[in-house]
Design a protein around this ligand. Structure first.
Ligand SMILES: NC(=O)c1ccc[n+]([C@@H]2O[C@H](COP(=O)([O-])OP(=O)(O)OC[C@H]3O[C@@H](n4cnc5c(N)ncnc54)[C@H](O)[C@@H]3O)[C@@H](O)[C@H]2O)c1
Length: 388
């Protein structure tokens, strides 16, 4: 018997969805792209590299959705469009894979939660790809096994190289109205996993951040790396892009720190900078029984019992890639296919994605108001919207 080919429609054929489609192809997923709704599809050249036919260009989302049936609708548009496009895709009724953050604001989160409470929706899978990373699965399983004892505190980072920071300063992510915020777009992944590790919601948050790197009075900074290659321009910044990383109208931060106290007393610090020469995405987890360091850039884990004098246990996963996803896209594609074909539960839910988003939004609110935000009212509104 020949294997069924999935018929897929894409809303927002950008770089991300194109890479997810390549990862699906990598794992042998058989699909046909019916087409896409996208005014300027940045992902087309990425599909072309692999000779994947993008299908038809539809005038708009409604025209695409009318042309079902689809086995999967994929949403990879800028964040401000997720809410309305999700609602349109819910009405069409086909399974959906949507990129994170699920929506861009607290109001949209509550409205979405009410929608999920009141209406039946098709299956919805979120692209929180870190949930599919082997190293992350191992960290979660160590925590769940009790090997770390009670988690007391965590120190966490995500630092990006200048090219990545320069891309963020030129791409649509530079504007709150499109991206939400630097942290919402970049690290809702991490805050999803932190919540899962801690096993509680954020209670109090505080944060400081600023735009001190990609600003006009630093525009004379050298535009070449020391090997002569161009700096700050390598990636196509796509839809509504700005020309120059230092002269853009960016209104989000380019570095930010945060501290969180969770409901169960766990404390977490977070530090992010978008212009560093030493890449880092690292979680230092201190439990009563053991300490664990997860190095997400190098795909390495280190762990030792709190009272152990022996060598730390070291684990390393192969498949380190320059996109820093380290094979997680392919793992996520496998998870999604297993879900769609065999009903295996997907590793993350839309609610996880909403809760990670709300945590980051509270952090941004703390930064803007220069205050410690008590998250109780936000969670009460969210629970009411969910019907809990
Ligand atoms: N899971 C991850 O690791 C990961 C990584 C990168 C991006 N993302 C998410 O994926 C989404 C897309 O990011 P990206 O990096 O691919 O951005 P991108 O700029 O490469 O792509 C966005 C695409 O949306 C299109 N678009 C703009 N307006 C549209 C409209 N009205 N209707 C349909 N399409 C429209 C643009 O033309 C562009 O092709 C974002 O939500 C982002 O947060 C997730």
């Amino acid at each position: 018997m020949t294997e069924r080919k999935f018929r897929i429609g894409v809303i927002g054929l950008g770089q991300r969805v194109a890479h997810v489609l390549l990862a699906m192809d990598d794992i042998g997923w058989k699909y046909t792209l019916a087409g896409y709704a996208d005014p300027s599809p940045v992902g087309l050249p990425i599909l072309k590299e692999r000779d994947i036919a993008p299908g038809k260009s539809y005038d708009d989302v409604a025209a695409l959705l009318r042309d079902g049936p689809f086995d999967l609708v994929m949403i990879g548009s800028p964040n401000h469009l997720h809410y309305e496009q999700l609602l349109a895709a819910f009405d069409a009724g086909y399974p959906i894979f949507a990129e994170k953050p699920i929506v861009r604001t607290e109001e949209e989160t509550f409205a979405l939660a009410r929608h999920l409470r009141d209406k039946k929706i098709p299956p919805l899978f979120m692209g929180l790809v870190m949930r599919s990373m082997s190293i992350v699965r191992e960290v979660i399983s160590r925590v769940d096994s009790g090997a770390l004892g009670e988690i007391i505190s965590m120190d966490t980072t995500e630092h990006l190289h200048p090219e990545h920071g320069g891309y963020l300063a030129r791409n649509w992510r530079r504007k709150q109205e499109w991206g939400g915020s630097f942290l919402l777009d970049k690290v809702c992944h991490d805050f999803d996993i932190f919540g899962r590790i801690v096993g509680a919601r954020a209670k109090h948050v505080a944060s400081f951040g600023g735009k001190r790197i990609f600003k006009a009075d630093r525009a004379k900074t050298p535009r070449k790396y020391d090997d002569g290659s161009d700096a700050y321009v390598l990636r196509d910044a796509g839809w509504s892009a700005a020309n120059d990383a230092f002269h853009s109208d960016m209104d989000v931060t380019d570095h930010q720190t945060a501290i969180v106290e969770y409901d169960n007393g766990v404390q977490l610090s977070f530090h992010s900078n978008s212009h560093v020469s030493l890449l880092e995405r690292r979680w230092y987890i201190a439990g009563t029984e053991a300490t664990l360091i997860a190095d997400l850039v190098r795909n390495k884990m280190l762990m030792r019992g709190a009272l152990s004098k022996g060598k730390p246990e070291r684990r390393e996963w192969a498949g380190v890639t320059t996109d820093l996803h380290n094979g997680a896209d392919q793992e996520m594609a496998r998870d999604l296919l297993a879900t769609l074909k065999d009903g295996v539960p997907f590793p993350v839910t839309p609610y996880d994605c909403m809760e990670a988003g709300l945590t980051v939004m509270a952090i941004d609110r703390a930064m803007e108001t220069k205050s410690v935000v008590d998250c109780a009212a936000m969670w009460a509104d969210y629970d009411a919207a969910r019907g809990n």
